[in-house]
Design a protein around this ligand. Structure first.
Ligand code: ATP
Ligand code: MG
Length: 464
């Protein structure tokens, strides 16, 4: 199969005047990586420029070509006929992850050869995620959160999860790791960001008092302070609903590395009104899943390429130092997430806020949030009831049919008109109004009947 593929590739390349020798071949879960050494003098841009036509000749879409770092080879990543899914749980139990060092290791997925890619969020120190709908963002976010939870105890890590869609993070409710229930209301989410800024400033004051520079040194003194990670799915909803959000994110992104507060922000819309210059400047580590255009890829990664990814977790990770790695996200089905979370379930009042300096305020805000949520739920149920009543009336009305509806409306109008016109009459105005309404209704029924008869005659004449 590989021989067939390399023969086809060599032939297709020769059609574009590109010659060289095939090197190593790696069979990955998503692609076959064929390394190729072009003859000296071949420009990389010539190969990159012809790649769409080469792909067409091979009958595949989405070949990615990139120079192999520190070598004379070029790598052709040719999609496999059927991609493999990378299961999250075995990866979580892998030796690489179990032994992974770092304050907040996250499982980004596997590389194109199937090797786990583990990165420390604390060093990133924030992550910006983008990708079109269905490209694997939420699946990715879940795996990052679960990986951090696997490495840290609830007293060492606290989470704030923002989820305007309401469904992505709902199973994290009542987890010991949560500072508050998943935030689904955008104005509340903006307030949570403000609270995080307060906590960050309070932490700096504590560090100063203790003569340490960061959370690591504070922990080294035997003091307790949990890391806080705020994950925002659908960031566009948040930033477009509140102008202040950009400022809060900027403050957090600029200063929170030392204080142990980290952000993971995901967006479906990598447009410049969402990923603004300020956001980009402050979140240098970015993960792009498949996007819909080279422009979107430019916005998130400063280069084209993410538009050619294959979807379902296929992604490009851009690190702070400029390295770009293609990764395939791991997938945890719902039942795996549920069983990973089961041991950490608790009641909201059992959540431990120790080590969080503004814990008291955060607790108060949580209570406010829960009260607000309950009121919103109640309102939704009540509006459901009244909607039910009006829906019934509407249903009866629609059942009457157009002619009857017209008749009722015309009787109603005639009745009101007659009431107004007959105010001065000797007869009681109500009697007059009724008479007039009945007369007018008769007229309208007659007129409608006339219209209907004429139409039938005309129709039958036309048919003939
Ligand atoms: N790493 C993966 N491996 C296998 N399948 C995946 C992977 N990531 C995503 N998928 C598949 O794609 C579907 C959509 O993924 P996901 O919900 O993460 O998309 P999304 O980017 O969050 O989309 P949206 O912007 O609409 O929320 C998943 O339900 C799953 O079936
Ligand atoms: Mg999603």
């Amino acid at each position: 199969m590989n021989e067939n593929l390399t023969a086809q590739l060599t032939e297709a390349l020769s059609h574009f005047g590109i010659r060289g020798t095939i090197g190593e071949i790696f069979e990955g879960p998503l692609i076959t990586d064929v390394q190729f050494q072009p003859t000296t003098g071949t420009k990389f841009s010539t190969i990159a420029g012809s790649i769409k036509d080469i792909a067409r000749e091979l009958g595949v879409s989405g070949i990615r070509v990139s120079p192999v770092v520190n070598s004379t080879y070029i790598s052709f990543e040719i999609p496999r006929p059927k991609a493999q899914t990378i299961d999250f749980v075995p990866l979580l139990q892998s030796e690489e992850f179990v032994n992974a060092a770092g304050a907040l290791p996250i499982l980004v997925g596997v590389d194109m050869h199937g090797k786990p890619i583990i990165k420390d969020l604390a060093k990133m120190p924030h992550l910006l995620v983008a990708g079109t709908t269905g490209s694997g963002k939420s699946v990715g976010l879940n795996s990052f959160i679960l990986a951090m939870m696997a490495k840290k105890q609830p007293e060492e890590l606290k989470l704030i999860l923002v989820d305007p869609k309401r469904i992505e993070f709902s199973m994290y409710n009542k987890q010991r790791y949560m500072l508050c229930p998943p935030v689904t209301d955008m104005s509340m989410a903006a307030r949570w960001l403000e609270k995080l800024v307060d906590e960050m400033n309070a932490r700096y004051a504590v560090f100063e008092q203790n003569m340490v520079r960061n959370i690591g040194e504070y922990h080294a003194k035997g003091k307790k302070m949990p890391y806080i990670v705020c994950v925002i799915d659908e960031f566009a909803d948040l930033i477009l609903s509140d102008k202040n959000v950009e400022k809060q994110v900027q403050l957090l992104a600029q200063k929170s590395r030392a204080s142990g507060i980290h952000l993971i922000i995901a967006t479906q819309r990598p447009s410049v009104d969402v990923i603004t210059g300020v956001i980009k400047a402050n979140l240098p580590t970015r993960l792009s899943y498949k996007v819909s255009s080279p422009t979107d890829s430019m916005t998130i990664l400063n280069m084209a390429g993410a538009e050619d990814l294959l979807g379902r977790g296929d992604s490009l990770l851009l690190e702070e130092n400029g390295t770009l790695t293609r990764t395939l996200g791991a997938y945890a089905p719902n039942e795996d997430i549920v069983s990973l979370l089961a041991p950490h379930r608790c009641e909201l009042e059992d959540i431990d806020y120790s080590g969080i300096i503004t814990g008291q305020q955060i607790q108060t805000q949580t209570q406010e949030y829960i009260a607000q949520q309950e009121k919103a739920k109640e309102d939704a149920l009540n509006s459901g009831k009244s909607e039910g009543f009006w829906a019934k009336i509407k249903g009866y009305w629609n059942k009457l049919g157009k002619p009857m509806q017209r008749r009722i409306v015309s009787i109603g109008i005639a009745f009101v008109m007659a009431l107004i016109n007959n105010k001065s009459s000797k007869k009681s105005s109500l009697e007059n109004a009724t008479d007039a309404a009945v007369k007018s209704a008769k007229r309208s029924v007659k007129a409608q009947a006339k219209q209907a008869i004429t139409k039938t005659i005309l129709d039958s004449l036309n048919k003939k």
